[in-house]
Design a protein around this ligand. Sequence first.
Ligand code: NAD
Length: 337
Amino acid sequence: KGLGIALVGLGGYAGGQLAPALLETEHCYLASIVTGTKEKESVWAKKYNIKKENIYNYDNFDAIANNNDIDIVYVVLPNSMHAEFTIRAAKAGKHVICEKPMATSVEDCKKMIAACKDAGKMLSIGYRLHFDPFHDEIMRIGQNKVYGEMNVASEFSFMLKDPKRWRTQKDLAGGGPLMDLGIYALQGSIYSFGELPTSLWAKNTTIDTSFFKDIEGSLEWELTFPSGKSYCKTSYEKPIYAELKHNTEKGEVKLENAFYYGGLKGSTPDGKMEIKPVNQQAQQMDAFALNIIENTPSIVPGEMGLRDNYLIEKIYESADDNSKIIQLNDIPNILDI
Ligand code: NAD
C-alpha cells in the first residue's frame, strides 16, 4: 500500500488528476482528504474508500499530527494558501508536496523550507514534468547539445477571463498567467540548458487592460543563459497552447502540447520521438514516496520552487520597469543539490 497521502483542497487538479493517479501509484495511496466543502466528504470517501476518521477540514487540519495513516500532505489549494498549509503540515510532522507555484513570494518560500527543515521533513514541489519521459529527452538533448548550440522558445497560454475564479484574483493567485502557466516555460528553459540564467528582461503584453488590472493578462520575457537565450510567452487571453522548442544548429527540436498531462508529441532533426507516455502525477508522487522511504533527495525540492519564485519576482520587476534588463547575480542555486 505504501505511504499515506492527504490531499488538501479537492478542486480541479486534485479531483481530475491527483486522486485518479493515486489509484495507479505503487508506493503511496490516497489515505486522507482535507476539504472546506462538507458535501465533498461523502462523495470522495465513497469513491476512494477513505476512512471517516481520515477526513479533515481546514480548521481541524492540525489534528493530522495524531494520525499515523498520513505520511505526506499534498497541498493543492490556491497559490496564496500554499505557505500556510505547508507550514502547518510540517509542524504536524508530515512530509509535504506543495503545488506550483510554491508560494506567492520568495519570503514565504523561505519560511516553508525552514518549517520543513525544522521538523526534519521533506518538501517537494508539484513539478510533474520532471517525471515525464518527453521532458527527460528534452533535458538530455539540450544539456548535451546533441544538435549543437541552440536558443529556446517556449509558450504556455490559455483563455481565462472569469473574474469569479481565484486565478484572476491577485490576493489568491499572487500574479497572473506567469505564476500559473509561464512557470512551465521558465522551468523548461532552465532544464533545456541545465544552466541558470544570468540576466532577463520582460514585457507586459496584456491585450484587455480593462479586464486585467491587478494581474497581467499576457507577458513575454527573455532569459540569457551562459550558452544561449530563451524567449517565453504566457497568456490568459489566447486559445490553449503549449510548446517548448530548441532552435539548434542542426534544426528544430520541438515538444508539442509540451505542458499538458498527456498527448505530448516530440520531434528532432532526426524525426519523431518514439516515447511511451506515462502518468506524470503517479510517477511524481511515487518518486517522492521513494525519496522518503530510501532517504534520498527529491529532484524537485522546495529550493527549486524558491528559485523559480525568485525568477518570477525578477520577471515582474522588469515588466513593471519598462523592460529593464536585470542581472541575476544572487540567484538561489539549487543545481548542486
Ligand atoms: P481549483 O480552483 O480547481 O481548486 C482549488 C481548491 O481550493 C477548491 O477545492 C477550493 O474549494 C479550495 N479553496 C479553499 N479555499 C479557497 C479560497 N479561499 N478560494 C478559492 N478556492 C479555495 O484550482 P486547481 O486548478 O485545482 O489549482 C489548485 C493548485 O494546484 C494551484 O496552486 C495550481 O497552481 C495547482 N495546479 C497544478 C497543476 C499541475 O499540473 N501541477 C495543475 C492545476 C493546478
